[in-house]
Design a binder for this molecule. Sequence first.
Ligand code: SF4
Length: 507
Amino acid sequence: MEFFRESMLELIIQTSTNLPPDVRQAMGQALETESPGTQAGQALAIIGQNIDMAYDDEGPICQDTGMPTFEIKTPVGVNQIEMKRVIQEAVAEATRRGKLRPNSVDSITGKNSGNNLGPGTPVIHFEQWEEPTIEVRLILKGGGCENKNIQYSVPCTLDRLGRADRDLQGVKKCILHAVWQAQGQGCAPGALGVCIGSDRAAGYHHAKLQLFRPLDDVNPDPTLAKLEAEIMEEANKLGVGTMGFGGQVSLIGCKITAANRLPAGYFVSVAYDCWAFRRLGMLLDAESGAIRKWLYWDPERSVERLIGKGAGFQLTGREVRLEPPLDEEKVRALKVGDVVLINGPLVTGRDAVHHYLMHNDSPTDLRGAILYHCGPVMIKQGKTWRTNAAGPTTSIREEPYEADIIKRFGIRAVMGKGGMGKKTLAALQEFGAVYLHAIGGAAQFYARCLPKVLGVDLLELGTPEAMWRFEAKDFVAIVTMDSHGNSLHEDVAAATGAELEKAGARG
Ligand code: SF4
């Protein structure tokens, strides 16, 4: 198995940086469907540009490289213990090279292991098969979309849809509800893996395995094939759109399986993956571990570029220029829908920083600041830090803290993705601040908008959680919550909720 380590490293690097052709094609279709003048169209233009940039520079497509999950089939007699050890080595090396973000956090102490290794990480599942080769498939599914996974125990009563029974109509209601509840927080447009039946734990596992099916395949079970097609049609009528900005493309795939269940239990488990739907695989020689064939991707064929399909953000001249520190008057003049271009200092803060600030003073002055919800991938070269990926993280996790932090530290803008709730909206109104929406997953695009690292505090929290100070250059974002009580997220949730009701009535 002298080539196995090299093969695993290549699999990890390609999965993190090279979106598979079926997903690329679906995103190309989304670009062609959505009108370029809309917020969803603008977001897709950035996403498409980001996908091309990631491939060109071999950088992570999204800064959240997720929970590396390997599904492996081996012939009888292959040493799985040795394979596991080598995969762990490859994961640590890919992390060192900045292709994976250090994402393995001790659940008791909160300490990041720094190399993606630790109890339960990475996830490696083995199975034996009768073939002479080894098959390895890898999925990198990030935390934002993982948080939008959902499991229903039917019969149940669903918001906007009423009762879901133990039949295919009930299942359909659950799946449509899953798309609606995700809104933009899982970086729509998304792809679903669904399991009908099984138990709670295995149901989620079967659902995730469905994400390994190519987006353009057809379910061999005609009943499930029909259900998948119906979900695709109905979900894309809801109007969630890219990033939850409203729009015509909410879902790029829906793959469903069924497993037997206990008589007393009926679960519908939904694994929601974002547009940065990173999964690849390979067949390996069982003796040497050398790559025999890639799955999903053919390295001999040229990669379909999205730039020709409408990708690439275009300035219109109507953007509002923001140069922090911001004053109240400037911020109160902003309205939902304004596109802003940020030049000047940006400070990052996500879960651990918010927790820290609730109990401590800030290590840096935050008056007039833009607080960016971001856990970047950083690489240290000598004494200098380089930003390797820096898209926004899901803001709603900070909802319990943000209003207090805006008030205490005089922050004028919080920036992230997916929007925030009523408590933050009220604080924006009371203290004169806004919520800026950056485009989720556009980690390469935004890394280039943060050309200079000004400093870092709280590095002991781990690189994704530290408080980074960047110099921003033409950093693009959209105002989605303003200081006048307006929230695009509330508007889209209400409009899509009305569509969901109609879908439920259609049956
Ligand atoms: S694209 Fe969004 S949901 Fe997906 S991994 Fe990146 S930040 Fe998370």
